[in-house]
Each structure stands twice: as C-alpha cells, then as structure tokens.
Design a protein around this ligand. Structure first.
Ligand SMILES: [Zn+2]
Length: 243
C-alpha cells in the first residue's frame, strides 16, 4: 500500500503515529504513514523501534523501499513480536543516528559545491561518507576542508524547492550526478537549495538534510583516493583533521 512519507515535509520529525496496513511473510511491516526514511540516493534508511499500546517495542533494522518508492518496509530484527493489521503504533526513529546522517548528507552537498566535477557515486554513513568524482586533477584535501568549513561557518539556510518532472527535464544542467538518477517519477522533484535564493547551490535530491549549514558542524576530508585515471574518491569525516 502506498505510504504517506512524513519525512518529506519535515526532516526533523523523529516520532509519529502510524497504523499497520500490511505484514509480509518476511516480517516486514507497512504503515499508512511514516517518518522512517527508506534507503535511497546513497543515504541509508532509518532504524529505530515501533511502540505498541502496552508500551512494548518492536525493534527495527534499516528501513527499505518495496517494489517501488511508494512502498516503505519497516524491518523488525529477529525475534520481535508481529503486530496486527489495523494496529496503531508510535514510531520512533533512532534520532541520534539519523541526525548524523542528515549532517553527513548535507556535507556531501557542500563538497559538491567546493569540488565542481560530475559525481559518479556517493554513500552517506554515520561516521564517514564518500563521494566519487569524475576528475583527473590532483587537489589538496586540506584546501577542500577549509572551503567546506567556510560554507559551514557562514550558516547558509538549506531548504527545499519543488519543481515538476517536466521542469527538470527542461533543465538537465542542474543535475550533478552522472550515474544517480534524480528522484523523478512522482510528478515532482525536490531541489535541495543552499543559501538565500539558492545562491550557493541547488541540486535534485530526495534525501534528508539539516536546515542550516552550521548544523553540519566540524567536518574534514580525511582522504582523497585515486580510483582509476578519471575518478577520485573523497572521504568525509566528522571532527577536525588529524594532524
Ligand atoms: Zn541530498
């Protein structure tokens, strides 16, 4: 059953109520609405738990999509209770983990502003993220870190702007990813904008992000690896660069 994705309109929604609409043979649970983000676009899905009326918990692993993006599967860990269809639950995201993923995901956008080459891949993690660029240039990681931290410190606003699939098709230049398709097919696409009037950046993306660049906090490029002649892999970590 199609789900109402509450995280679309509020990245900071850490709890919500939902009603069970399906329980699959493998135990995965569908709800009428959810604040759980499902793995996509390089960002891992949320984990957390579902709280039943008696206060007991159904602990969840990483949330994924079903056959398409309109289906979100909440995945109980082994040995968890099975809820009933129609049962009302309170949904709790592992917020500490999700917030780190939001900060890291936003850091990836900031890196793409500093390093303006086509992106060939990206993976957001709680402790480390990586972004691959189609580039042959050698670039100093400390210089990249300094430019990223300038954008963080300037505390630019980050917000979504919605455009239609047709508008996106008419402006292919705004897509920085070479291999990752923007989140089209739902009739509208969210552009993640950084800075007043998107002065710093705008990029189609369906993930979750913080609302001001300062929230990203201290980050640095830990490593730039050469992956083939025209591919460079940047690894982003939290904290100050190691001396
Ligand atoms: Zn994004």
């Amino acid at each position: 059953m199609p789900v109402t994705p509450l995280f679309r309109d509020d990245f900071y929604l850490s709890t919500a109520e939902g009603t069970v609409t399906a329980v699959h043979d493998d135990g995965s649970i569908e709800l009428d609405q959810t604040c759980f983000y499902a793995t996509s676009g390089g960002q891992p899905g949320d984990s957390g738990f579902l709280e039943r009326a008696d206060g007991s918990r159904i602990e969840l692993g990483v949330t994924t999509n079903g056959a398409d993006k309109s289906i979100i599967l909440h995945r109980p860990l082994d040995g968890q209770a099975r809820p009933e269809i129609g049962e009302k639950l309170v949904l709790h995201i592992d917020w500490a983990r999700r917030y780190k993923l939001m900060r890291m995901h936003t850091a990836c956008h900031i890196l793409s502003v500093v390093c303006q080459f086509p992106i060939t891949g990206a993976a957001v993690g709680e402790d480390e993220s990586r972004v691959d660029f189609d580039m042959s240039e050698t670039i100093d990681k400390d210089e990249v870190t300094a430019k990223m931290m300038e954008i963080v410190a300037a505390n630019h606003p980050i917000y979504l702007q919605w455009i239609t699939d047709e508008e996106l098709a008419a402006n292919p230049g705004i897509v920085k990813s070479k291999n990752v398709r923007p989140p089209i097919g739902l009739g509208r696409v969210s552009l993640v904008c950084i800075g007043e009037n998107a002065a710093i950046d705008s990029q189609p993306c369906g993930g979750t992000h913080v609302s001001e660049t300062q929230e990203v906090g201290e980050i640095h490029i830990a490593k730039i690896e050469k992956k083939g002649k025209e591919n460079r892999r940047f690894r982003i970590k939290f904290g100050k660069p190691e001396a």
